[in-house]
Design a protein around this ligand. Structure first.
Ligand code: ADP
Ligand code: MG
Ligand code: MG
Length: 902
């Protein structure tokens, strides 16, 4: 903690740099970076996240902080030639929160700190502009009142509206100095009444209170919710930036704007942003007046425009990435107020990464780090069918891609309520604010009638990967009456709408969806090299090719039939890591399974098994053919037998009815007996996996024979079958030995009979803690391990997935017991450490032991990195996740390489 004597809690902008995000937060680190690049940043300093941590832990700011702030403030005052709040010529500052990761819910910035009844006059005199001074002062009281003193912001808005109404004007710029002066009096009264204290007239007190409020905002509900959602640790704390003010509200030669260094949706070069004259701070994104496109700045103020363009180029070349920026022009002088590597859509991430490679700014290895498996997964979402007959309602800005269909709701509460009861909803608002976060999470998509690409809805939706269309101005949204009107059409709450976050189009009713071009490409129906190839597809192709080149992990598919196997192959699978055989016992074959279970004599059992054998064999022949030349791991039967029998209640009723009619069916009676006998309290921990194989004579042998005969048939047809036999749910090496010995014998028989050498390998799943713990012994009998991380997670945690996910997982997630479900991302500390142990022990026994994973974690980005790190040979996942696994395996390898050479 603060034991370190040399620890410094305050850094001047000139002292920091962009690598100090942990300490200075993202905003502070980048302000420092821009300062050091020689860009025009208003001077200031940053209070570190460490100071915030001390405050949050102990309830008070560290003792040294006050002095350090005084020293830095004094230096700032000296530099600016005026003192904070000085009555004849006040230095004013903004107090801005800024954590390592930008997040909603943190305190809003307070501008114009240092103004008081006294210094407002000094400011007016200095600027020669009375209106400006009073406008700045009313903004301070409003922002300070709302964010620091917790006064309901609506009260100020209402007062402002009344002032405008009284004057019969519509925009704030039409209020003159006298109006604003009256408004200040009004605002101060609101503060006094609501906060129970006067608005502080002492500048330093204003500063200190604002800093403390920033610290406290770390723990607002909204911030906490967002951190959980985004898996941001809850103990990072936020930094606070104190920045000398520059003024965009000094008149028409001043203004404020936001911009991207390139189009955040397509990555194309160009001028993207919004500008608002005679405005301060958030005015530009708040939608209070109409902004102009950034390109118009060229005619408004050519010199500033040119300087801004050069600055953006400087930033892009320096950060080697798309940046977003905030700037202010004060009487023709450009000031940079913020920059960061900009958020972007999934598609833009791929395009921008390859564009930057082409520009020579980054290497292919770096490009690979600029995209994620989550983004790739997003690009594989279906899209709206362009040929479908649609009723276009209007068009807004394509803010975050995807095709979302749902019932219209007009407030966050309804969105949450309806989605809880299973409805798909589209949240429609004029614009969103942080209070809408819950509703946004609950919705399929978000639609707003105001705001641009940089509005709250757009930025947050992009971050969440939610479909969003914003600024659809034709839509007249009436949240009070819960409806929107578009021309003649009225859309009531509950009416279905479809929104396309890739085109910005809004439709009435449900529009059918079609597969994404990226999926078409993976399917081989679209070629990346073709002339008309989609730019996006070409970018994906390039990055995937690079990932495939550098990855060490192989990627296999979980597939049970030839069709899935073929698709998996098209998606880049290098084999099958898990072929479940249970479905091969369903449908018409169920009856054969019943006969097997009911068999009283060896003959009856043999008869049932030999009826199953050719069916099983046929399944395998097809599968081996589809995966010719690549490994196919076949898992012997795993689920409890009762899953193949009729439902106990249903059967009981049937038998009871028959008995009452005195025509009891002999077979049903026997079946019922069997069902009772096989009924288990905890089927997950009962008679299943290898245990079945050991107590049902002949079952596993039949399966092994089917595999071996299928392989022999493929061999004799000049194929290249590479089957691997996998025994499930082994807990001790003895179980495996028995099954293995039988299997070896069966295989030898088949080989002799068919004149083949099948080279079948035999291995086991590691899905019980005991198996992992005794991996050294188990490896004696296994040629490969495949970690069944689903069951391993269940058995390590001692909970069954089906039961817990629905009952208490949300509570656990809310309480932060885990940030993400351990079924989604592998629990590295618990389950992961068993995997690590088993890998080490297994390889110690058998150095050439092949290691893989076949749980759903095999397709989860974070888990793939873990499996790379522990040294598995492959991951196996559902066919659709294969591209994601390939990409992440490449990223993991490139990352590891990068950190080695550093
Ligand atoms: P956010 O994280 O919400 O973007 P910021 O701290 O960046 O919050 O600021 C809110 C608004 O105030 C932005 O438009 C920003 O450019 C503006 N702003 C912040 N500090 C100053 C300053 N010192 N002078 C002028 N405008 C400022
Ligand atoms: Mg900002
Ligand atoms: Mg299992």
């Amino acid at each position: 903690m603060s034991e370190n004597k040399d620890q410094k809690f305050v850094y001047d902008f000139t002292e920091g740099n962009r690598d100090l995000k942990d300490l200075l937060g993202g905003k502070g680190a980048n302000l420092a970076e821009m300062t050091n690049l020689g860009l025009p940043v208003p001077p200031g300093f940053t209070i570190t996240t460490e100071a915030c941590k001390v405050y949050l832990e102990s309830g008070t700011a560290p003792a040294e902080l006050r002095e350090e702030v005084s020293a830095h403030l004094a230096a700032l005052e000296a530099k600016m030639g005026k003192k904070l709040g000085q009555s004849d010529d006040p230095l004013l500052v903004s107090v801005r929160s800024g954590a390592k990761f930008s997040m909603p819910g943190m305190m809003d910035t307070v501008l114009n700190i240092g103004l008081s009844d006294d210094s407002v006059k000094g400011l007016a005199a200095q600027a020669g502009n009375e209106r400006f001074a009073w406008d700045s002062y009313r903004r301070l009281i409003q922002m300070f009142g709302k964010t620091v003193l917790d006064v309901d912001g609506e009260l100020f808005e209402e007062a402002l509206d009344e002032a405008k109404a009284a004057k019969k004007v519509t925009v704030d710029t039409d209020l003159d100095a006298a109006d604003l002066k009256k408004l200040v009096t009004r605002f101060k009264k609101i503060v006094a009444k609501q906060a129970g204290r006067d608005f502080p007239q002492d500048a330093r007190e204003q500063l200190d209170l604002a800093v403390e409020a920033v610290f406290n905002s770390w723990n607002t509900d909204r911030a906490k919710l967002y951190r959980r959602q985004e898996r941001i640790p809850s103990d990072l704390g936020t930094a606070v930036n104190v920045c000398s003010m520059v003024f965009g509200n000094l008149g028409p030669d001043s203004g404020t704007g936001v911009a991207f260094t390139r189009d955040p949706a397509s990555g194309h070069a160009g001028v993207y942003g919004d500008y608002l004259q005679n405005a301060q701070g958030e005015d530009v994104v708040a939608g209070i007046r109409n902004t102009v496109p950034l390109a118009d700045l060229e005619t408004i103020d050519k010199a500033s425009y040119d300087q801004l363009m050069t600055t953006m180029t400087t930033l892009e070349n320096h950060y080697k990435d798309l940046c977003d920026i905030e700037f202010t022009i004060e009487r023709g002088q450009l000031w940079m107020l913020q920059t960061r590597v900009g958020k972007r859509t999934a598609g833009a991430a791929f395009r921008i990464a390859t564009q930057l490679v082409d520009q020579g700014l980054i290497t292919e290895a770096e490009a690979l780090q600029r995209v994620t498996g989550h983004q790739l997964a997003q690009l594989m979402f279906p899209r709206f069918d362009e040929d479908a007959k649609t009723a276009l309602l209007g068009r807004g800005i394509a803010a975050s891609p995807g095709a979302a269909v749902g019932k219209a709701v007009f407030d966050s509460y309804t969105a949450v309520k309806w989605s809880r009861s299973g409805e798909k909803v589209i949240l429609i608002r004029r614009e969103t604010n942080p209070d809408d976060l819950d509703g946004m999470i609950a919705s399929e998509g978000i639609l707003t009638s105001r705001g641009g690409k940089t509005s709250h809805a757009a930025v947050v939706a992009r971050g969440m990967g939610k479909t969003c269309v914003c600024g659809a101005e034709e839509l007249d949204v009436d949240t009070k009456r819960r409806r929107m009107t578009v021309g003649e059409t009225v859309i009531e709450e509950g009416d279905v709408v479809s929104i396309d976050g890739s085109t910005g189009k809004v439709y009435l009713g449900e529009v059918p969806v079609v597969p994404s071009p990226v999926v078409e490409y993976f399917e081989g129906r679209m070629h990346a090299g073709a002339d008309d190839a989609d730019e996006l597809v070409a970018a994906v192709h390039r990055i995937m090719a690079y990932a495939d080149r550098v990855r060490r992990l192989r990627v296999r598919a979980n597939a049970d039939n030839a069709e899935d196997a073929l698709r998996a192959r098209r998606f880049g699978a290098q084999g099958i890591g898990l072929c479940r055989t249970e479905h091969m016992f369903l449908g018409e074959r169920r009856e054969l399974v019943e006969r097997l279970i009911l068999a009283d004599t060896d003959e009856e059992r043999e008869a049932a098994l030999s009826a199953l054998l050719p069916l099983q064999k046929k399944d395998f022949v097809e599968l081996f053919e589809a995966m010719d030349g690549l490994p196919v791991t076949v898992r012997l039967l795993d689920p409890p037998l009762h899953e193949f029998l009729p439902d106990i209640t249903e059967l009981s009723v049937r038998v009871a009815l028959a008995e009452s009619r005195k025509d009891a069916n002999e077979n049903d009676l026997r079946l019922l007996q069997a069902v009772h006998k096989l009924h288990e309290q905890n089927p997950m921990l009962g008679l299943r996996g290898v245990r079945l194989g050991l107590v049902i004579p002949g079952l596993f042998k039949m399966q092994v024979r089917a595999i071996a005969e299928a392989a022999a048939e493929r061999k004799n047809a000049k194929g290249d079958p590479r089957a691997e036999i996998m025994v499930p749910l082994v807990g001790t090496v003895q179980e495996l030995e028995i099954v293995r010995d039988e299997a070896v014998q069966v295989i030898a028989e088949v080989e002799a009979a068919t004149g083949t050498n099948l080279k079948l390998s035999i291995g086991t799943m590691i899905e019980l803690p005991r198996a992992a713990l005794t991996a050294a012994q188990i490896a004696e009998a296994a040629q490969f391990f495949s970690f069944g991380t689903n069951d391993l997670t269940q058995t390590v945690w001692g909970f069954s997935r089906d039961d817990v996910e629905a009952s208490f997982f949300t509570a656990y997630l809310e309480k932060g017991i885990f940030g993400v479900s351990p079924f989604e991302t592998i629990d590295k500390d618990g389950v992961g450490s068993l995997v690590r142990h088993a890998v080490k022990q297994g390889r110690a026994t058998r150095p050439d032991l092949k290691l893989g994973v076949c749980g759903e974690h095999g397709g989860d980005p974070e888990s793939v990195h873990f499996f790379h790190e522990v040294g598995l040979d492959y991951v196996s996942c559902s066919p659709f996740r294969i591209p994601v696994a390939r990409l992440e395996a490449g990223r993991a390898a490139a990352e590891a390489k990068g950190s080695d050479s550093r």
